[in-house]
Write a protein that binds this ligand. Structure first.
Ligand code: DHB
Ligand code: FE
Length: 251
């Protein structure tokens, strides 16, 4: 068997060497780069930096290996102990934000419904935070688990999330800014869909025309994940069917 670690690391180093050569990077710039990486580690932002630049690539590889609906970033705010919810996610009591209905079906690759699938849904508060992580917001706010019925259907009410800024006060924010980029993610709803015998699907839904949909700092937006402004009796609806691939990769 080939040494997979050696193969991946050697190619990664080769890729970096190519970039250094191409741009004629100086010894002084090389030293600055090392200093920057040290600061990123000290600030505890190494995972943030790696996720911002590379997590989307890993999701693309998963998509290629498994098939099914397009997956994208999980992000750092999934909580596996979110409660099962019936009808509506818990929101701020005074949340007058625009109502949103999330619904759809979980299907297998042949289009047959998957009953009893568990759909975790989570998204930002109307002020751009996540329950259980920011501002002492309870950990069961704006998140919950749904179970699909015999027709593979799920449905839950909530309110529309807003664009979200990844931490931008540290080295990662400074790097993105110096590159002429920004630290915003477009408004999104996270999903994690699980059913026995199927590969877990982690994905997001985005809103057509929303701020930063075309310039996500984490590059996690795919055209097929962007939803048009559909309304039913005036209520905004995001309808998403999830196609689950078998648990075993086809490569
Ligand atoms: C980050 C936050 C998110 O809400 C997300 O979906 C992806 C990444 C972050 O802070 O890195
Ligand atoms: Fe998020």
């Amino acid at each position: 068997m080939s040494n997979r670690l050696e193969a991946v690391v050697a190619d990664a180093v080769e890729g970096i060497r190519g970039a250094l050569m191409k741009h004629n990077v100086t010894f002084e710039e090389y030293r600055q780069g090392i200093g920057y990486l040290m600061k990123t580690v000290e600030a505890g932002e190494l995972p943030l930096m790696i996720d911002a630049f590379l997590n989307t690539t890993i999701c693309q590889i998963e998509n290629r290996n498994f098939g099914g609906s397009t997956s994208t970033l999980e992000g750092p705010y999934f909580l596996d102990d979110a409660p099962f919810v019936d009808g509506a996610l818990k929101t701020y009591e005074d949340d007058r934000h625009e109502p949103l209905l999330l619904r759809g079906r979980v299907l297998d690759l042949a289009g047959a419904p998957v009953a009893d699938a568990v759909v975790d849904v989570w998204h930002s508060t109307p002020d751009g935070h996540y329950g259980g992580f920011h501002n002492n917001i309870p950990r069961d706010f704006y998140r919950g688990k749904l179970r699909t019925d015999a027709a593979g259907q799920y449905e839950v009410r909530t309110t529309v999330p807003v664009a979200y800024k990844i931490p931008d006060q540290g080295p990662v924010g400074a790097l993105l800014e110096a590159m002429g980029r920004h630290s915003w993610r477009p408004a999104h709803v996270h999903y994690k869909v699980r059913a026995p015998g199927f590969h877990t699907l982690t994905t997001q839904a985005y809103f057509e025309g929303g701020a930063y949909v075309d310039s996500d700092c984490c590059e996690g937006v795919h055209p097929e994940l962007i939803h048009a402004d559909v309304r039913e009796s005036g209520i905004k609806v995001i309808e998403t069917d999830f196609a689950l691939a078998p648990a075993v990769a086809h490569t």
